[in-house]
Ligand binder design. Structure first.
Ligand SMILES: Cc1ncc(C[n+]2csc(CCOP(=O)(O)OP(=O)(O)O)c2C)c(N)n1
Length: 724
């Protein structure tokens, strides 16, 4: 028997009743305490069962909630419609919430997760999470603290969604609940998110979020110094702080209720410091004895929240026998459920696992695009002007669209891409954010959950990286871990790539996108010219509306204001938006199939390749250029068709040699069975220096031309075959 189980049983008999009053003050105290006990005991037994299942090879997850069961009171203090983003030890919260919703099956839900069963209600065993659409519990990843930006974003977006009369899943007076551990509270993501909540509330905007720090004093083996959480968060201006002892539910309850009521009534952030203990070490494999003394571990047993609740039950007149009988009955119910689930299926194919990753309905997307078009504009425009005009149209066509980021509001963006949008559509829809990319993307994540169509801007590609987990770990995984029930449709505008003359140096010329290309489900768009930008932006927004697609719209800064292509004044890089539809994964082709060489490129590489093609033409070589337009997923069919049409391929890749887009193109050619000669030119594996020195590491037209000539002078394998 688990020592904690034994301790609980042994202690029940001698349990003293708590001194003083026990809450709550409603008429049926006894029923309330029995309800709390049921949630806590269910959660406790699920932990015991998790360990047994793992020992038997039938279970896959043992991070438990034992010692944290006081978080069940937080669930009881909130409404079942309040969105909850839970710590992995908030199991009792989950059970307590489920107990308030008729028809719920928390025991089965949790067991299905522990046993990795495909019918688990939220993630379908893609991960062990607490989540359920009917319980307003949004599943979380294992990355500690990474859910806080989303939670804050949701709290902020909630009001904006209602103000904009968007169909929002959450009530206008909802409270967003976000729980996390004490070590997690030190994570920069948590610190940044809490700061974002406070900074937003400071500006007078509603931010109804209840942060619950479940403080068990440890982050795996590392102690959190006593008093640190209170020191860090106890006296932050604008943050209502309350401390509750989870081992004393009678006094904790009014504090918890007051914290929840403060947030609901005043629509401002509160921080509930819920003191807990952690039983059984960090997780199954953690030998707590290697870093804690046995007497310390045993001393925690006296702080068992379950015993504390039992003692309150005794005060309402319940006997030790009755409590033990209920405790055992709960275990029996769980054991019976385990047996019922014994033959349930696990995930059994890659297709089944990946189904929620990136649902794509191109026909529906094309239909949705039609609704996003405004009046035809015959003016030839630059890339920046075109994006501006398209954003304007999107705002006009769909009231759910919001645009935000650093400097995008009044100033209209560093490069003027969002100019006049705030003035035309109001600052509720186009607005400046804090200088914090995590908070920007977090708002996007929350806004998507609130029914909005967010178009956040990250000012430069290089600055995505400090917030990248919000895309990789949070945005891209939510549909995967919720079987598409929760999603965060979003189009992240990202200015980037090299060749920018005005503002030099690496951080304004970052040319690496590998970090985006391997995120499952993410669409990476990179328009090179005005008409494509307009069409592709509409496609991304239509995909967000239709399939909740997460897109990154990579805008080549150096092309923003480019007017000319071949020579000064030719204005050949301006283009008219003809309202064409460009589906995800469709490339653009320049030149005919009768050419001898195919140059495959994207972004800045497109005009460079076109100029090189003209040079090659004067040397008698006909070359066509394929603009990928979509860097993830790659337009593989178009790549292969263009390659086969000429037999020779030059991949012109302005990103780095290692991990650059060109690697994917070459792989697609090989895997597609293309056997003709292929060469790749790219930028160097370097950061980009200031001034003219940048040209030493960025791919040049001279290199492209040389490679093209080299490729054309090399014998084609089929020619070699004939000559033999
Ligand atoms: C960003 C990140 N770094 C490291 C880990 C590994 N890890 C998992 S739980 C944990 C400790 C978290 O402690 P705390 O926040 O106090 O929560 P507790 O487990 O004590 O409830 C660590 C370091 C992680 N999951 N995420």
């Amino acid at each position: 028997m688990d020592p904690l189980d034994r301790h609980f049983r042994d202690s029940l008999i001698d349990l003293s009743e708590p001194a003083g009053a026990i809450g709550p003050s409603d008429s049926d105290k006894s029923a309330w305490w029995w309800g709390l006990f049921a949630a806590q005991a269910t959660c406790r037994h699920l932990d015991f069962v998790a360990r047994e299942l793992q020992r038997e090879g039938r279970g896959f997850y043992t991070i438990g909630s034992s010692g944290h069961e006081s978080n069940a009171m937080v669930a009881l203090a909130l409404r079942t419609t309040d969105p909850a983003l839970l710590h992995y030890r908030s199991g009792a919260f989950y059970v307590a919430r489920a107990h308030q919703v008729p028809g719920s099956t928390p025991v089965r839900d949790v067991l299905q997760g522990l046993m990795g069963l495909a019918h688990e209600p939220i993630a379908g065993a893609r991960h062990k999470v607490f989540g359920h659409p009917d319980l307003a519990v949004i599943p979380q990843t294992s990355t500690i603290a990474s859910h806080l930006p989303r939670a804050v974003g949701l709290a902020i977006a909630l009001h904006r969604a209602h103000r904009l009369q968007v169909d929002c899943e959450w009530p206008e007076d909802a409270v967003v609940l976000c729980s996390f551990g004490d070590a997690s509270a030190n994570h920069s993501t948590a610190a940044g998110a809490i700061n974002a909540a406070l900074a937003t509330a400071y500006r007078g905007l509603p931010v109804p979020i209840l942060f619950v720090c479940e403080d068990n004093g440890f982050g795996i083996s590392v102690p959190t110094p006593s008093g640190w959480i209170e020191q860090a968060y106890g006296s932050r201006p604008g943050l209502a702080y309350a401390s509750a002892n989870g081992s004393d539910p009678a006094t904790a309850w009014p504090t918890i209720v007051q914290a929840a009521d403060t947030v609901r009534g005043e629509r401002r952030p509160a921080f509930l410091h819920l003191r807990t203990v952690r039983f059984g070490g960090h997780a199954g494999s953690d030998a707590e004895i290697s870093y804690r003394k046995p007497r310390e571990i045993e001393a925690d047993y006296t702080l068992d929240p379950l015993l504390a609740t039992a003692s309150c039950l005794r005060a309402t007149g319940a006997s030790a026998e009755e409590i033990l009988a209920r405790y055992d009955a709960i275990r029996l119910e769980i054991d019976e459920e385990v047996e019922r689930l014994a033959d349930d299926p696990q995930l059994s194919s890659a297709a089944e696992i990946m189904a929620p990753l990136a649902p794509r309905h191109p026909v529906k997307v094309a239909d949705a695009v039609v609704k996003l078009r405004t009046t035809h504009d015959p003016t030839p425009r630059t890339l920046a002007e075109s994006i501006n005009r398209t954003l304007d149209g999107l705002l006009a066509c769909d009231h759910r669209v919001i645009i935000f980021g650093e400097d995008v509001g009044v100033k209209g963006g560093v490069y003027g891409v969002t100019t006049r949008l705030a003035r035309r559509h109001g600052t509720a829809r186009v607005f400046d954010t804090l200088l914090d990319e995590q908070a920007i993307l977090g708002l996007g994540l929350g806004a998507g959950l609130a029914g909005l169509i967010p178009i956040p801007e990250v000012q430069y590609l290089a600055y995505l990286h400090n917030a990248e987990d919000q895309l990789r770990g949070e945005a891209a995984t939510l549909p995967f871990f919720s079987r598409g029930r929760f999603s965060n449709p979003m189009v992240v505008r990202l200015a980037g790539l090299g060749y920018q003359k005005g503002f030099g140096g690496h951080f304004h010329n970052d040319n690496a996108v590998a970090v985006l290309r391997d995120i499952p489900g993410l669409v990476l768009a990179c328009p090179a010219r005005a008409d494509d930008a307009a069409a592709m932006l509409r496609t991304c927004v239509a995909a967000a509306i239709t399939d909740s697609t997460l897109s990154v719209f990579l805008e080549p800064i150096a092309l923003y204001h480019r007017r000319d292509l071949y020579q000064a004044g030719d204005q050949a890089w301006l283009a008219v938006d003809h309202d064409e539809h460009v589906p995800i994964g469709q490339a653009r082709s320049y030149g005919s199939g009768s050419a001898a060489l195919t140059m495959i490129s994207f972004g800045n590489g497109v005009p460079m390749s076109l100029r090189v093609a003209r040079q090659l033409a004067s040397a008698g070589i006909a070359a066509r250029v394929l603009d990928l337009r979509w860097l993830a997923p790659l337009p593989v069919e178009d790549i292969l068709a263009a390659a086969r049409s000429t037999g020779r391929v030059l991949v012109v890749d302005e990103t780095r040699h290692s991990g650059g887009v060109g690697e994917g193109v070459v792989t697609a050619l090989v895997e597609g069975g293309f056997t003709g000669p292929v060469q790749r030119v790219s930028s160097q594996d370097s950061f980009v220096p200031l001034g003219a020195a940048a040209d030493y590491v960025l791919l040049s037209e001279e290199e492209i031309e040389k490679a093209g000539l080299r490729l054309m002078s090399s014998p084609h394998p089929e020619e070699m075959e004939t000559n033999r």
